[in-house]
Design a binder for this molecule. Sequence first.
Ligand SMILES: [Ca+2]
Length: 319
Amino acid sequence: MKSRRLTLALAAVAAVAVAGPVVATAQSGEDPGPAVRTPAQAVGPIDQPEPAVKIGPAHGRGNGKQKVVPVADTERIQVVAGGDPGCPAAVQVGMRNQTKKDVYSDMTVEFDGPLTPSRPMLSSYLPAGYELGAKLLLTAPQQATPGDYSLKLDVAGEDLTVPVSVVALDDIENGGNLALRRPATASSTVLSGNYPACGAVDGDSTSDGWAGGNGWNDGTSRVWPDTFDVTLDGPHQLSRVDLYTLDTERYPAAKYGLRDWDVQVRAGGQWQTVAQVRGNVAGLVSSRFTPVTADAIRILTLGSNSGDYSRIIEVEAYE
Ligand SMILES: [Ca+2]
């Protein structure tokens, strides 16, 4: 499987760092060195987390026509009106070359309704039998009217329509997780834009999207403590906070995850510690405590297993 990175005609694209601020050490005990690795193939400003465009052999079935057709990786998109711009809705879109010739194709991206796309079109060289994919980011303003809209992709008359639901923040189905998509702030955030605080309340608790906006990484290497706060939609009786820290095969929690932290809640305007975690090496820690009525939660981070950064994939709060 060969993949190549192409440059969009209309926009500079910054490649997404695979590991971001994680700096692998050659040997245990060795100083991990500088904080942020700049990806070798990055172009454009590093504070633009525009994802890479990837091209590879076509997969799945096309529409049978010997043409270049638009493709998308989802059948429906949900966009939160007034959602944190640091964590837009994302959909993978692209073009599939079903002809037997290499071509240069354009795809236009059109919306109805109150949506703002991250790009108006894609233009690329596309070998025969290949498919190109790029991440399209969608935001809707706070005043957007919730409802059903659509995204239309068009390649020379071949079009694909993907339904888009715009929902109000208060109408999100949260499964009891009171922190889901609530406003999140942190004492600092690494400047690349790929580790926003909102990424730790975006509903994705896997480590797969690390460095792609799925988690928070503070911006002050080896300076402790850091704080990560989530404001709830009002007072709730809380008794449990779950914290997911970075934990993958390459970057296991035992080496890169959060080690020590306090769980705090804001009750009556005052922060109080309700749980303490020390010496953690797991990807998920569920802290249970005596129920307390609070309108915000705080993770006060005190140390990580790598010694440098706080890395939180997701924080969830339950009654
Ligand atoms: Ca997340």
